[in-house]
Design a protein around this ligand. Structure first.
Ligand SMILES: NC(=O)c1ccc[n+]([C@@H]2O[C@H](COP(=O)([O-])OP(=O)(O)OC[C@H]3O[C@@H](n4cnc5c(N)ncnc54)[C@H](O)[C@@H]3O)[C@@H](O)[C@H]2O)c1
Length: 456
C-alpha cells in the first residue's frame, strides 16, 4: 500500500470508529483513556503486565477513583472494552497508545525500562497502517531517539508504513471539573501524516486537540507545565519558610496576593511534593539538559527546597510537642492523610511517607488515618512496617500526643481535631483559624498569637 493509502485507510477507520484501539498500561492515565475511547464507540483492548488489574477490568470493576464504576462496567458489558496481559494481541490493533510509568532511578536519572518494555511488545507486533502514540511523560527526544529506532528495526518506516506521535497526558486525579474529555490534548507527530492521524484520533474523544510541529515540542510542553508547578511550589515553600521566621501568615499573604487580577497565580506551600508527576518530571528535563552541556538551575533549586519540606514538618512536630514538655521519642503521633493530595488514593512519592519515616526514626510511634488509603506497606516507607489506617473520629483523637495534618481530605472532621487533639501541626491550612494548640506551616506560632491577643 502507498503512503497515501495507509493514512487514508487509518483516517477512515478512525472517522468510522472502526479503529481498534490498544491502550498499554492501565493505571491513573491509561484506564480513564481506555474508557473514554470505549465511550466514544471504539473497540478498546487494554494491555497490562498486572494480571490483577486485567481481571478487575474484565469483571467490570474500576480501581481508579476517577473512572466511574458504571461507565467501566457498561463498556465491558457492551463488548467495547476488554483487557489482557497478552502483548501479542497488539498485532490486532490499529492504534497502540503507551501509558506506562516513567519513574526516576535513585540517582534521579530517567528510568525508561517500562517504556522500552512496552515498545518491545509494540515493535514485535507492528504492522503497516498502525498508529503508535507515547503518552508517558518523558524527556524531549524520547520518541525520536528511543521509540523510532525500536519500531523501525523490523523494516517498516515511520510516516510511510506506520505512524508515530507523542501526546502528553494531562489528567488531574481527583479533579471533578477537568476530565480526559475536556482537557485540551497536545499532539506532536514524527511528521505531518503522524500528527494528522493522532490529531484525528484524539479529536474523537476530547473537545480540543492542539497539534504542534514535532514530538520534541510535545514532550517539552508537558515538562514545561510540570516544571512550572514544581518551581512555583518551591518558591512558595521558600516563602513559607521565610514567613515562619518572620511570624507572618503565608496563607493570608497568598490569598491576598491572588486578588490581583493579572500577573499572579496562586500556589500554596505544603509538606513536600508527591505523586508520579511533579517530583519526577522536572528531573527528566534536567537530565536531558545536562546531556547537552546545559546546567538547569531552577529545577535543582526548587527540588532542593521541596525535598526539604518533610524535614521542616518534622521539626514543627518537635516544636509543637516541646510546648507540652514532650519529645518526639516516645510520643504517639497521628498522621492525618497519607495520599499525596486531597481526596486521592495515590501514595506514590507522598511527603507523608517521608514525615512518617522521619518521626519513626526519631522514636515516635506513628499511626495514620486516611479514608482513601487502607494500608501503607512496609516497602513504601522507611519505617519498614505494614500499617493499617485508623479511624479519625471523635473519641479517638485525644489518645495521640500530636495530630499532623499532611493531606487535607474533605472527609476529615477538622472541628473534632481542633476540639480533641492535644497539639496539631497543620501543613495545609486545613484549620483556617489560629488556635493556641495548632501549629500551622508558614504561620505565626501560637504563642505569638497569644501575645498579640494579650497586647490588644
Ligand atoms: N498519574 C498522573 O496524574 C499522571 C498525569 C499525567 C501524566 N502521567 C504520566 O503517565 C504515565 C503513567 O502514569 P500512571 O500514573 O498512569 O502510572 P500507573 O502506575 O498508575 O499505571 C501504569 C500501568 O502500566 C502498567 N505497566 C507497566 N509496565 C508495563 C508494560 N511493559 N506493559 C504493559 N503495562 C505495563 C502497570 O502495571 C500499571 O498498571 C507516566 O509517564 C506519568 O508520568 C501521570
Amino acid at each position: 500500500m502507498t503512503k497515501t493509502t495507509q493514512i487514508t485507510t487509518l483516517l477512515n477507520l478512525i472517522r468510522d470508529k472502526q479503529a481498534k484501539v490498544g491502550v498499554i498500561g492501565l493505571g491513573y492515565v491509561g484506564l480513564p483513556l481506555a474508557v473514554e475511547f470505549a465511550r466514544a464507540g471504539f473497540s478498546v483492548t487494554g494491555f497490562d503486565v498486572d494480571a490483577s488489574k486485567v481481571a478487575e477490568i474484565n469483571a467490570g470493576r474500576s480501581y481508579i477513583p476517577d473512572v466511574p464504576q458504571a461507565e467501566l462496567a457498561e463498556a465491558v458489558q457492551a463488548g467495547r472494552l476488554r483487557a489482557t496481559t497478552d502483548m501479542a494481541r497488539l498485532a490486532d490493533m490499529d492504534v497502540a497508545d503507551i501509558c506506562v510509568p516513567t519513574p526516576l532511578r535513585k540517582t534521579k536519572d530517567p528510568d525508561l525500562s517500562y517504556v522500552v518494555q512496552a515498545l518491545e511488545g509494540v515493535a514485535a507486533a507492528l504492522k503497516p497502517g498502525q498508529l503508535v502514540i507515547l503518552e508517558s511523560t518523558t524527556y524531549p527526544g524520547t520518541t525520536d531517539e528511543v521509540a523510532l529506532p525500536m519500531l523501525e528495526a523490523g523494516g517498516l518506516k515511520a510516516d510511510r508504513d506506520f505512524f508515530l506521535a507523542f501526546s502528553p497526558e494531562r489528567v488531574d486525579p481527583g479533579n471533578p471539573t477537568y476530565l480526559t474529555r475536556n482537557i485540551p490534548k497536545i499532539v506532536g507527530g514524527y511528521g505531518p501524516p503522524s500528527t494528522e492521524a493522532a490529531t484525528a484520533l484524539y479529536a474523537a474523544i476530547v473537545s480540543t486537540v492542539v497539534p504542534v510541529t514535532s514530538t520534541r515540542v510535545a514532550e517539552m510542553v508537558k515538562l514545561l507545565e510540570n516544571t512550572f508547578r514544581a518551581v512555583n511550589i518551591g518558591l512558595v515553600n521558600e516563602l513559607a519558610l521565610m514567613c515562619d521566621k518572620m511570624n507572618i501568615d503565608v496563607w493570608e499573604v497568598v490569598d491576598a496576593a491572588k486578588t490581583k487580577p493579572f500577573g499572579f497565580m496562586a500556589f500554596y506551600p505544603g509538606p513536600g511534593l508527591g505523586g508520579h508527576c511533579i517530583p519526577i518530571d522536572p528531573f527528566y528535563l534536567s537530565w536531558k539538559a545536562k546531556q547537552t552541556g546545559f546546567d538547569p538551575r531552577f529545577i535543582e533549586l526548587a527540588g532542593h527546597i521541596n525535598a526539604g519540606m518533610p524535614h521542616y514538618v518534622a521539626e514543627k512536630v518537635a516544636e509543637a510537642l516541646n510546648t507540652r514538655r514532650k519529645s518526639v521519642n516516645g510520643s504517639n503521633i497521628l498522621i492525618a492523610g497519607v495520599a499525596y493530595k486531597r481526596d486521592c488514593d495515590d501514595v506514590r512519592e507522598s511527603p507523608a511517607l517521608d514525615v512518617m519515616g522521619l518521626l519513626h526514626d526519631k522514636g515516635a510511634t506513628v499511626a495514620y488515618a486516611d479514608p482513601h488509603v487502607p494500608e501503607v506497606h512496609s516497602r513504601e516507607w522507611s519505617g519498614r512496617l505494614d500499617i493499617k489506617a485508623v479511624e479519625l473520629s471523635r473519641g479517638s483523637i485525644g489518645r495521640y500526643d500530636c495530630v499532623v495534618i499532611i493531606t487535607d481530605h474533605k472527609a476529615f472532621d477538622y472541628a473534632a481535631i481542633v476540639a480533641e487533639a492535644d497539639v496539631v501541626v497543620d501543613t495545609r491550612n486545613a484549620i483556617k483559624k489560629a488556635y493556641p494548640h495548632v501549629f500551622r506551616l508558614g504561620a505565626p506560632r501560637p504563642e505569638h498569637e497569644d501575645q498579640k491577643i494579650a497586647v490588644r
